[in-house]
Design a protein around this ligand. Sequence first.
Ligand code: GDP
Length: 434
Amino acid sequence: MVKAIVGANWGDEGKGKITDMMAKESDIIVRFQGGANAGHTIVNNYGKFALHTLPSGVFYDHTTSIIGNGVALNIPVLFEEIQSIVDKGVPMPKILVSDRAQIVMPYHVLFDQYEEERLAGKSFGSTKSGIAPFYSDKYAKIGFQVSELFDEDILKDKVERVCKVKNVMLEHLYHKPLLKEEELLDTLHEYREMVKPYVCDVSLFLHNALKEGKTVLLEGQLGSMKDPDHGIYPMVTSSSTLAAYGAIGAGVPPYAIQQIVTVCKAYSSAVGAGAFVSEIFGEEADELRRRGGDGGEFGATTGRPRRMGWFDCVASKYGCRIQGTTDVAFTVLDVLGYLDEIPVCTAYEYNGEVIKEFPVTSKLEKCKPVLTTLPGWKCDIRGIRKYEELPENCRKYIEFIEQEIGYPITMVSNGPGRDDIIYRKSSLGGTVEE
Ligand code: GDP
């Protein structure tokens, strides 16, 4: 069976921790979209890791980790990451790379930087990892597929085409050094040698694994708000962040995905530009940022301070709906233990009207939060393993949010570690049981 682990919000919800935890009972973990532009932070018995490309299941020796065809594959970054975990004592993971994955080229990273420079103040807050230029080229059909590394004629022909197109822009739009065909070919040959041992027909591998009754996890990057179709366009990422895309970006039948665990953080944070209705500022935001996550809310890839806000029921309800949620994993709840009262955004005010359904971006930018305040629980809830043992106000916070979003919270995460999890029976159903 296939399970997807995806984000309800803007990313950084703690998907890495939930994937690492669920990987214990799984055979195969697949990354199906995105690239090295965002990171997952994982804390386990080997230490603390920031993964950018590898799936969050690489820490077990019984799992196979797969880079699916939907991923923006930066080959040197992947290999540095493998080396860095092996250097910290993690056994060499079993890794497969889809023969249909496409490759992030050095010029994608450069174009990302050049475009941000050109847009100056009007940029989209790119992490400059080449993701947007990569996906643009994929759909413009001038991307390099891993399989093409093994066909010299295709490579030569495409390198020539790419240089022709890119050099016009480099010369006339960006005024930067031009690409050289030989250099690009050399790079592609290096990549071929690096990736060769791992290349696999992944959809066939998964087809056979599923026939044998194996459990497959699809690990999403970022969250619903960053989806190019259903998110806050244009302040979105360049590949779909939705569980449905897992079928495409890994190569499994859509109906094989039986469980969709949507990870939802107990407060909000976002990186990059874009409307963020429940955002808070000043000392209130600084304190939550300092205490948030595991060691503060700063980007795992970029170190950028994240924008902070109260829990947004409107955005999260929508985020869960668009994912097709069967279960909500409610994370980082322990962080809120310092607050006397906890504001929650339950609706938006748009043009004097109160709305509960998440609007399109042009309207979203004009929305103001409608806040309700719930009492805090004023204690440390880390270490608690039974739902009934949580303080009453903490349970009330969870149950209030569950009612507002309308999806079952079957897991509550109260710490960054693998074991910091409380399973819960929800009156709304759900498929995850302890
Ligand atoms: P991801 O991209 O969705 O995997 O999220 P990140 O890894 O960027 O951010 C989640 C951060 O919160 C990481 O530093 C995790 O170690 C941490 N984390 C995850 N779950 C919990 C939790 O329940 N409590 C606390 N305090 N930290 C958590």
